[in-house]
Design a protein around this ligand. Sequence first.
Ligand SMILES: O=C(O)CCC(=O)C(=O)O
Ligand SMILES: [Fe+2]
Length: 326
Amino acid sequence: MSSTQTRTIHTVFQAASLGGHGFKNIPIIDMQEVTNDDPLIRQQLARELVKNHGIAEEKITEAIDAGKKFFALPTETKLKYDSRNSTTVRGYAALLSKNNDPENNGDFHEGFDIGPENSNSSQQSAMSGENVWPTPFIPEFKERVLNYYDAAVSFGRRLFPLFAIALDLPEDFFEDKTRESASIMRILHYPPQHGPYNDKVLGIGAHTDMQCFTILWQEPGIDALQVLNADNRWVNATPIPGTLVINIGDQLSRWTNDVFKSTFHRASNRSSAERYSMPLFFGVDYNVKLHAIPSCVSAERPSKYEVITAGEHVRSRRLAAVYGRK
Ligand SMILES: O=C(O)CCC(=O)C(=O)O
Ligand SMILES: [Fe+2]
């Protein structure tokens, strides 16, 4: 990559993230253009919706269809897989059982959580462990969901070098830190919410995601997701077929000393149709220490966060979200 290209990526990424939520409208990255050598085309980088991401549509559809089948099961069947019975919070989360915005009264969605299938690896930590699978009811669920999980994790590994370049780091800086990526994936179902609306019960209350960045597939045709922009205004992240939404998460904020700032977002399904979405929270390996990256610390920008391992960070946030404790 030429130095002009590097500078371009750097400038655009920084503009997209510096000083808070530094965008007005949601930009689009075309992953085909990322590999294009024309520096002018590269100026289109650092966007928050990505197209040409390379994940086969079929993998997306198969995983989301398996999720739809699961949510259509009777509640008592779904509760056999209650994530509160799993020490690693894998499995089913019932409607209103989570509350992302502490000011609110619960999130009007149900979900199914999956983590890495590497429980026998060297990455044993407080949050590693077995997934739970509803195989007796949906035999194809595990394979389809893991297929998408693996594809989305590979895609995340393609995004990391772009962040590295933007941070003046070697392109492969994140590579040895994502070998056993602790990514968590959810399949979510938002039943329609009809008026009169209660603003204390959104589909998912305003929050930032906890890992490095989130790769989000959302149901086409339903405006539900919103992100907070530089002017503190909620902007619709209207689904565009063939794109995925990328939200910056808290691990990357801590690691970059807020050069990349996590994106506040929320979603409510006020349409008359069922809405499904599938976020994959791309994390680094559990044992990676989130020391502020040197190019992100200066006299004007002193280090803001205590050093913590990625695993401890995720564990405390997830347990707090589920059990209201650290
Ligand atoms: O369903 C969506 O569009 C957003 C989901 C989300 O923000 C989350 O699961 O953290
Ligand atoms: Fe989120």
